[in-house]
Design a protein around this ligand. Sequence first.
Ligand code: ZN
Length: 211
Amino acid sequence: MTTYSEIFENNLAWIDAKKAAEPDFFENLSLDQKPDYLYIGCSDSRVTAEEMMGLQPGEAFVHRNVANLVVSTDLNVMSVINYAVRFLGVKHIIVCGHYNCGGVKAAMIPKDMGLLNPWLRTIRDVYRLHQEELDDIRDEAARYNRLVELNVQEQCLSVIKTASVQLSHTQSGCPTVHGWVFDIKSGRLKDLQIDFEAKLKDIKKIYNLFE
Ligand code: ZN
C-alpha cells in the first residue's frame, strides 16, 4: 500500500514523466478544459475513472458517488450534468456501474441502514421497478449482477430526463448517454448498449421538459 508521504514523491515523478513526454503538458493543461466525456461512476476505490479508460487529464469531467446514482434532487450531480452539457458541451455522458458494488449489495438487504436509507432507496426503487425480472433469477450472485446493470440503466434514464440533456441533444445532437458496467474481476468495461434515441423518445411523453 502507498504511504501518505509517498503520494508526494509519486506526484513529482508523475510531473517528470508527463514533462518528458510533452514539455508543455502543464502549461497547455492550464489554458482551458474541453472534455468530450462526462463520467458518472461509483466512489469505490477499485473502480478508477480515467485510468481504466486510458484518458489523460483534460479528457473527462468526472462525478462519483456511492453506487453511481443520478438523483434529481441531488444538487451536486445535477449541477455537474448541467455544467458539463451547457458549458463544456460534452459529447458523451457515461454512467458506469460495477459488479461487486457495495452500495447495490446493501440495497438488496431489506434492513435499516441509518443515514444511508434515503440514498439506498433509489436502488431499492430500481429493484421494485424490475422486481418481476429480478425475482425470477434464482442465483443470488446473478441477481445482484443484474441489479447493478438495471441500476445503471435507470440512472441513464435519469440523465436523459434532465432539461439540459434534452435541449442540447435537440439543438446540437449531443450528448449521447451511455450505460457501462465495469467488471472488477477481469478489468473489462461492458457497454450495456442502451438505445439512447429510443429511450429519449420513450420518456418524452412524460418527461419532455422544453418543447
Ligand atoms: Zn460501487
